[in-house]
Design a binder for this molecule. Structure first.
Ligand code: PLP
Length: 326
């Protein structure tokens, strides 16, 4: 038995696993897509799976305010703001911008944060490095705060993706596959790696990093998996270097910055399959995967499951840049 921590049913799960027939033909290998972009409407994406577990903990501790942080257009902050509203709680967001005196326009995820009534504090890139201290100081001023780290990426949040692996195991019914996903703060990857270990599945898990580098994610994901194993007393063999696989080389111009070739691949998938990726995470991961497959269609084995982790609202602040490649 897997000792799942309590969760609140906030995500629309199980999500479908669907074949991508034309993309499979074009890239020369069977590709399926796990539709975690369908975990909700405005709450959609991977973060709500982590928040199911994190919010259950917050409620159990009697919290009335969720505190978290992220980039200006953070999908995690948006999902947290909406989850808080849904649970009758408040949300306090610390969002990173180049210049806190000149905040970005109220659009896309920021619009949803504001609609959900979240209180936003703009912080600089420099302040963001001290985000843990900044959130702790905000928490110290409240009576019933609950602090959620960047991306909801701690051992508790990662359980959301252990559960997702169990879903995927039933979708695949024993068919071997390589799971490809976008790595941003590491919690999704940690849950996937731990889930595959716990369930003993024939599933290779490959993260495409959208920021930082391979060494960073081996350490970040490794630390979360080890914390999860230790805290819940789980019995599986895990070695960071062996078990955390990262496909590096596709960060491109940097976090949340796009290259035309990434946007062209994103547009092609929309046109040929009706699947819309986001430019910050899934578009980069798809471009990395597709680029490797164009060199060698068997590089990930006979079958790929691409994890669509959501992020649709990230398209809108980049409308002009995307339109330029259409
Ligand atoms: C946050 C996010 C990711 C990355 O997940 P992590 O758990 O932070 O590594 C991938 N895709 C989308 C759309 C996201 O919002």
């Amino acid at each position: 038995m897997i000792p799942y921590p309590p969760r609140l049913p906030l995500a629309r799960v199980p999500t479908p696993l669907e074949p991508l027939r034309r993309a499979s033909a074009a890239l020369g290998v069977e590709i399926l897509i796990k539709r975690d972009d369908l975990t909700g409407s405005v709450e959609s994406g991977n973060k709500i799976r982590k928040l199911e577990v994190l919010c259950a903990d917050a409620v159990a501790r009697g919290a009335d305010t969720l505190i978290t942080c992220g980039g200006a257009q953070s999908n995690h902050a948006r999902a947290t703001a909406l989850a808080a509203a849904r649970l009758g709680m408040k949300a306090r967001l610390f969002l990173r911008v180049p210049d806190p005196a000149a905040p970005p326009p109220v659009e896309a995820n920021i619009l949803l944060d504001r609609l959900a009534g979240a209180e936003i504090t703009w912080i600089s890139r420099e302040q963001y490095r001290d985000r843990a201290a900044i959130m702790a100081a905000a928490a110290a001023e409240l009576r019933r705060p609950y602090v959620i780290p960047e991306g909801g990426s701690n051992a508790l949040g990662a359980w959301g993706y252990v559960r997702a692996v169990e879903e995927l195991a039933s979708d695949l019914a024993g068919r071997p596959a390589t799971l490809v996903y976008a790595a941003g703060s590491g919690g999704t990857g940690a849950g996937l790696v731990a889930g595959v270990k716990l369930l003993g599945l024939d599933l290779r898990v490959v993260g495409v990093n959208v920021c930082d580098d391979r060494a960073y994610f081996v350490a970040a994901i490794g630390a979360i998996v080890e914390e999860l194993r230790r805290t819940w007393g789980l019995d599986f063999a895990f070695e960071r270097e062996r078990d955390v696989e990262i496909l590096d080389g596709y960060v491109g111009r940097g976090y949340a910055e796009s290259r035309p070739e990434e946007l062209r691949d994103l547009a092609e998938l929309a046109r040929t399959e009706g699947i819309v990726l986001d430019p910050v995470y899934t578009g980069k991961a798809w471009h990395g995967m597709a680029t490797e497959l164009r060199k060698d269609p068997r590089v990930f084995g006979e079958r790929i499951v691409f994890l669509h982790t959501g992020g649709v609202f990230g398209l809108f602040p980049k409308a002009a840049e995307i339109a330029a490649v259409l």
